[in-house]
Design a protein around this ligand. Structure first.
Ligand code: GRF
Length: 213
């Protein structure tokens, strides 16, 4: 399955996926292109170092979300992408892009949805005072982090956490979970067409660990 990554930032999740691919841990998933909307962002450097084709669609050069999404779809189609992974991609998508890849766009969010959607999920969780935080991989719909949940992984919130410590603990889980979900989708192990999504086989995430309790 040909996978396209979209990113806006440093790209540590992009790197985790590239590393998993290099180790052979993505199963039949193959990263064929990395796209970014922020010229010069770290994700593009990582693509270059890994020798993966990349593209930039700068949202500032596109008058509307629709125009922007059309340009992204054209790039993804040119690389025959079958699964789109938002790895730190800070844009809301229109039906133009979602319709081009029905139930084939996933996102990683640094909170246990539906709690703390939107920006800075980790800081929201810390300020709220939750004792368990984590990350979520979900299908993308038109809302903000509101699509059907595929998998989640939990981490404790410790008394002496600050934003950075909690963010790093969650990020480590993101790097574990996202490649496993990509592999599961490519292997046809993710099923369900409504909000209830099932993953057969192991993801080795905290959901799996909790099931065995
Ligand atoms: C991650 O925390 C991801 O969950 C969120 O944005 C951040 C991106 O980090 N959507 P990186 O660019 O992958 O390092």
């Amino acid at each position: 399955m040909k996978v396209g990554l979209l990113a806006s930032g440093g790209g540590s999740n992009v790197q985790a996926l590239l590393d998993a691919g290099a180790r052979g841990d993505l199963g039949p998933a193959r990263i064929v292109v990395i796209g970014a909307n922020v010229p010069g962002c770290g994700a593009l450097d990582r693509a270059k170092i890994a020798g993966i084709p990349s593209f930039i669609v700068d949202h500032k050069r596109h008058g509307s979300r629709l125009d922007f999404d059309r340009a992204v779809v054209a790039e993804l189609r040119a690389h025959e992408v079958e699964l789109v992974v938002l790895a730190g991609f800070m844009r809301l998508l229109t039906p133009e892009l979602l319709g081009a890849f029905p139930r084939r766009v996933i996102n990683i969010h640094p909170a246990l949805l539906p709690a703390f959607p939107g920006l800075h999920g980790q800081s929201q969780a810390l300020r709220y005072g939750v004792k368990i935080a984590g990350c979520t991989v979900h299908f993308v719909d038109e809302g903000t982090d509101s699509g059907p949940i595929i998998a989640q992984s939990a981490v404790p919130v410790l008394d002496d956490d600050d934003d950075e410590r909690l963010q790093l603990r969650i990020l480590a889980e993101e790097h574990r979970l996202l490649p496993r979900v990509v592999r599961a989708i490519a292997e046809g192990r993710v099923t369900g067409d409504g909000r209830r999504v099932s993953v057969t086989g192991s993801l080795d995430d905290s959901t799996t660990r909790l099931r065995s309790l």
